[in-house]
Ligand binder design. Structure first.
Ligand code: AMP
Length: 410
């Protein structure tokens, strides 16, 4: 086992006073998307019951729930009522008000703490937290006026990226600015009154680490995955990432230290830019399982979703060893532009597994599902998922599916 695959375990820092929640307990997940669905599947496999708390009943996680509570995320009384009978609540989406977690915390245990959510859902607060704890990030400034944006451009340098401080994800709420002439237009277009200007990072690659931390301070980090984006949305993730053992260990160590600094109980994903000089800059932290960690379902000893169950229930964390090199390709709504994709053709590619989230409407850019492949090498795994996705996109019946083998994939 290479050091990149080796789990990093940090010994217990303090003993939790919470008794472990054992199978049979009711777990709640705030948010009803695919991350909640995969959490619910892992929890139910382990014998837990699941309540999905969402602002809509028609959500992917509802298909895997014992109970669904439809709430307004801004209504504390509804949230407190929904929390009744739930032994522990977690999040699957950070764009819910931290106050929603606080309202539930009055009734039951909430992991991660709503304060972790409050720190990580605002880029200004998140970056201040990272700087305070000595984690390097891209040069940046938080701005609250067009004049301040111009001053920040002087200090940070351009090109850069202007990002809304809150409620942004998958590249929403961000604009690249090449020079000063574009600053005012970016301010007007984003329409927010708190923005972060970040210097453009000429990175060699983007990697991320899924880390879990228990209430007793134990941490466990997965090997870093390589993330390739298209239109600011994750396109393909693969593991192991093509980084040195030293860089992989450093990324895992940083993720564990970050989880500890946050006081995280649960799972988080730390996204990094690896600069051409070999430095790891923290891009952002998601205090929940992450799209880049979906491949842990097939390719790691413990999936990120089981790890979330274990961490919030106070159980020992699972091993993070990689079982196989693997790759994951997202299936966005665009793939449905010619009608239902050709799943038979996609699944004819050896080693490919299909995950569909059960979303009815296939809008461009919407995450509808993903493909994962475990193969002897990561290059073969990447080739398998990209080939399978290409075949799925072909109009039904026009795809040649016979005789495929990984060695023949482009
Ligand atoms: P974010 O929502 O901040 O993770 O940004 C989405 C994607 O945009 C990142 O994964 C990068 O591919 C790209 N990006 C964001 N910020 C920067 C930056 N400062 N320099 C270069 N690329 C960036």
């Amino acid at each position: 086992m290479s050091s990149a695959e080796r789990p990093i375990a940090v010994g217990p820092a303090s003993r939790s006073r919470e008794a472990p929640l054992l199978p049979g307990a009711m777990l709640g997940v705030l948010g009803g998307g695919q991350l909640g669905a995969m959490f619910a599947m892992a929890a139910r496999r382990m014998g837990y019951r699941v309540t999905v708390i969402s602002d809509s009943a028609d959500v992917p996680a509802a298909r895997h729930a014992d109970r669904v509570e439809v709430v307004d995320y801004n209504a504390g009384d509804q949230l407190a009522k929904a929390a009744a009978g739930i032994d522990a609540v977690t999040f699957e989406f950070e764009n819910v008000p931290a106050d929603a977690g606080r309202a539930m915390e009055v009734v039951t245990r909430v992991h991660p703490s709503p304060e972790v959510l409050a720190t990580t859902q605002d880029r200004g607060r998140e970056k201040a937290f990272l700087s305070l704890h000595g984690f390097r990030t891209a040069a940046h400034r938080l701005v609250e006026s067009p004049a301040a944006l111009h001053e920040a451009a002087e200090a940070v340098g351009l090109p850069g990226v202007v990002k809304t401080a809150s409620w942004g994800y998958d590249g929403r709420g961000q604009l690249r600015v090449a020079d000063r002439s574009q600053l005012q237009a970016a301010w007007d277009a984003l329409g927010a009154r708190r923005l972060v200007l970040e210097a453009w990072v000429d990175f060699s690659m983007e990697v991320s680490v899924v880390v879990a931390r228990g209430a007793d301070g134990e941490t466990a980090a997965c090997a870093p995955s390589l993330n390739v984006h298209a239109q600011h949305i994750l396109d393909v993730a693969s593991c192991p990432a093509p980084v040195s053992a030293e860089t992989a260990a450093k990324a895992q160590d940083m993720a564990c230290r970050l989880a500890a600094a946050l006081g995280l109980v649960g799972v988080a994903c730390v996204e990094f830019f690896l600069t051409r000089e070999g430095e790891l800059l923290v891009n952002e932290i998601a205090p929940r399982p992450h799209n880049s960690g979906h491949l842990t379902i097939e390719a790691a000893a413990t999936s990120q979703f089981e790890q979330q169950v274990r961490a919030i229930c106070g159980l020992p964390l699972g091993a993070t060893d990689a079982i196989s090199p693997a790759a994951m390709a997202n299936l966005l709504g665009d793939l449905w532009s010619e009608g239902e994709p050709d799943w038979a053709a996609a699944l004819a590619v050896p080693g490919v597994r299909l995950h569909l989230y059960g979303k009815q409407e296939a809008r461009p850019g919407r995450k509808m599902g993903h493909l994962t492949a475990c193969r002897p090498t990561v290059e073969e795994a990447i080739a398998a998922v990209t080939e399978a996705r290409r075949r799925a996109a072909s109009p039904l019946g026009l795809t040649e599916v016979s005789g495929s083998s990984p060695s023949r994939l482009p």
